[in-house]
Design a protein around this ligand. Structure first.
Ligand code: SF4
Length: 660
């Protein structure tokens, strides 16, 4: 039998891949308990998002305020987490979202997820709220709460350094909120390594409302897969696939490497989504991945910059994370804060009309130091810029900051105010949608869905994203389905071997939104949803261009658990997560009316470049929405999954609770 005494984990594994332990922490009562679910639970709820949703549904009462102690915050892994293969060290944070009022869902990589597994747990479920700041340590199975008064009010990197010194161990991994989480900023993130973020949907604000500063993990257990040889075979295939899949180039330049191609396609959101291009290619190049690689990457002046300037997640060979070292206006760009991803340099670059890579990198650093989502934060400042340009807010409102598109110094000054909730920054700290409500103006310039700002992939030029952004249960998200260019007639031959087994045989133009494209969106949405359930990185595992395909997701699960997991079973896991999330939203009052696009996107055409004159057509969008609901098995009028659909993925009990 699996033995747990005084919260210390024994040696025997109940299951392959999993530790068999779920840690439950009630911060109100300061009680800590360990649940050891049976295998049926793991087969039903797998891990990651799906497991977090289970606890949210069961433990968080209907209709609660997201920032109340009744909210339930879960960090969950899955069977592959911690295995020696690329792309498995991801963890999902789940709770009720302060932005949407529905499910919050956010993933982060790094080493923390694998280390939590090594410390002995598959998930940590946090309920209640502490009366004073605390942090949680999980060391080789033993979990304890500690006073965190000395950490409160400190930057993330300072907290990392203090805790490493206190524990006398540089290898502890720390997930923490920053000052913005403490101040309950709506778009606060949870950080690990001070540069990896559970960024979206406000999970940092929820952790802040619980006065939980950090979760420190360290462990020496290793994950025992059912078939070690199969895991190693998959691992050995990785390096061979790097060049054919183009992942070597992706690893070299990172996500920021696509800035200039996005500009070329008319899909680089500029001036708060008024245009899909910057003023010139030169401007886009100034904030692009090649320039970052040549000039800002740590060690750029040395031969070995590749080794020094690229970081990775546990056991991943892709090494796509940037590490920059430079300065902005005399302020140091500290490599420990990493470097900007594409989304971050877009929101603190083109969104704001700014072509200053150093300013964008510094903004990224500030966001990591204070713990906020770079997408929502940068996009909120871009929204404020458009309000300023149109006279809705003035110098009086902004404390004298000339908040115009293209003004990098103003962008940084307003960012600093937002992070500290000072002056006008206090209004912006809860995101643009709430800021517009608070000001009673600026709604026509919002680029939000379900209260969340849009990421930097434009639905005008990747048409299926219009649909996915609208229907996604936690708001607009660029990693919830494959993007249209993977399914064009031109690219299909390259991706056919992975798309065809999903039933996708009819490639379409990137700007088409017909029944075939809806099918592509839904089926790849299931694949991405499965990756978030299995704790897998979507750059490494996915339905088309990634290092491994959906079949390898199934192979990895077979190897990890010893279960018979098919490609169809993987798709069903994704379907189950999506439907459970959607059902949770229905329970909390969200319906089809919330599945909409920003008014501006439907009313106004883009200006300039290859997307000049392009906008989303109302009729096309509404028709695609109806087709999507029909294909997904959701009631067309309400957008709620039908009983038959929920039953098809083993969620009859959810249908019962919704009285369907
Ligand atoms: S591809 Fe990048 S983000 Fe994904 S696991 Fe590897 S290093 Fe981490």
């Amino acid at each position: 039998m699996f033995v747990i005494e005084n919260n210390v984990i024994g040696d025997e594994k109940m299951l392959h891949g999993y530790t068999g332990n779920i840690l439950h922490v009630n911060l109100t009562t300061r009680s800590i308990e360990v649940e050891t679910p049976d295998e049926a639970f793991y087969r039903d709820y797998i891990g990651g998002s799906l497991m977090g949703l289970y606890y949210l549904w069961k433990f968080a009462p209907q209709g609660i305020d997201a920032l109340s102690p009744e909210n339930v915050l879960t960090f969950a892994l899955s069977a592959p987490t911690g295995l020696p293969v690329s792309g498995q060290s991801r963890c999902t944070a789940t709770c009720k979202s302060p932005s949407s009022g529905g499910a919050a869902d956010s993933q982060a990589g790094g080493f923390w997820p694998a280390e939590l597994k090594f410390a002995g747990y598959d998930a940590v479920v946090i309920r209640g709220a502490a009366s004073e700041p605390v942090y949680l340590s999980i060391m080789n199975g033993e979990a304890k709460l500690h006073d965190a008064a000395h950490l409160w009010g400190k930057m993330t990197l300072d907290v990392d350094n203090i805790l490493k010194k206190e524990w006398n161990d540089k290898k502890i991994e720390i997930a923490q909120i920053g000052i913005s989480g403490e101040k309950l900023a709506n778009f606060a993130s949870v950080m690990n390594m001070s540069n990896r973020a559970w960024g979206r949907t406000g999970v940092g604000a929820v952790m802040g409302s619980k006065k939980l500063k950090a979760i420190v993990v360290r462990g020496s257990q290793r994950v025992t897969p059912a078939d070690k040889k199969a895991v190693m075979a998959l691992s050995r295939r990785g390096p061979k696939e790097m060049e054919p899949t183009g992942m070597d180039s992706f690893g070299k330049y990172g996500t920021i490497g696509i800035v200039t191609s996005q500009h070329g396609a008319g899909g680089l959101p500029t001036n708060n989504f008024n245009s899909g291009v910057m003023a010139s290619l030169e401007d886009a190049t100034k904030i692009g991945g090649e320039r970052l690689y040549d000039e800002l990457l740590r060690g750029a002046a040395e031969e070995k910059q590749d080794r020094k300037g690229r970081d990775t997640c546990y056991a991943c060979i892709v090494r796509c994370k940037r590490v920059v070292e430079s300065e902005y206006n005399g302020k140091k760009l500290d490599p420990d804060y990493g470097g900007p991803e594409y989304e971050s340099i877009a929101t603190f670059g083109s969104y704001c009309g700014v072509n200053d890579l150093h300013a964008g990198s510094y903004a990224n650093q500030l966001c990591n130091a204070y713990g906020v989502d770079t997408i929502s934060c940068g996009a909120t400042i871009a929204w404020a810029m458009e309000c300023f340009e149109n006279g809705l807010i003035t110098l009086e409102d902004t404390d004298g900051i000339e908040l115009k598109f293209g003004n990098a110094e103003a962008m940084i000054a307003m960012l600093e105010k937002t992070l500290n909730r000072e002056g006008f920054g206090d209004i912006l700290a809860d995101g643009s949608a709430k800021a517009a409500d608070r000001l009673g103006k600026g709604h026509e310039y919002l680029i939000t869905i379900k209260g969340q700002e849009l990421p930097a992939h434009m639905p005008q030029v990747k048409r299926s994203l219009a649909l996915i952004y609208a229907v996604n249960p936690f708001g607009a998200d660029h990693q919830s389905a494959e993007h249209d260019p993977a399914y064009t007639p031109k690219s299909y031959d390259n991706n056919k071997a992975r798309l065809a087994p999903l039933g996708l045989h009819k490639p379409q133009d990137a700007r088409v939104l017909n029944a075939e494209k809806v099918e592509f969106a839904l089926k790849t949405q299931y694949a991405f949803s499965a990756a978030d359930t299995l704790g897998l990185c979507q750059f490494v595992y996915g339905p088309s261009w990634q290092l491994y395909g959906v079949q390898e997701m199934a192979d990895l699960m077979c190897a990890a658990t010893g279960w018979d997991v098919t490609l169809e079973a993987i798709q069903d896991m994704g379907k189950k997560r999506l439907n459970m999330m959607r059902a949770y939203n229905a329970r909390e009052g969200l319906q089809r009316d919330d599945d909409t696009l920003p008014e501006k996107m439907l009313e106004k055409a883009l200006v300039g470049g290859r997307s000049d004159g392009v906008r989303i057509e109302h009729e096309e969008f509404e028709s695609a929405l109806t087709m999507y609901f029909e294909q997904a098995g959701w009631d067309v009028a309400s957008g709620i999954p039908t009983r038959a659909t929920l039953a098809s993925v083993g969620l009859e009990w959810v249908a019962d609770e919704l009285s369907l």
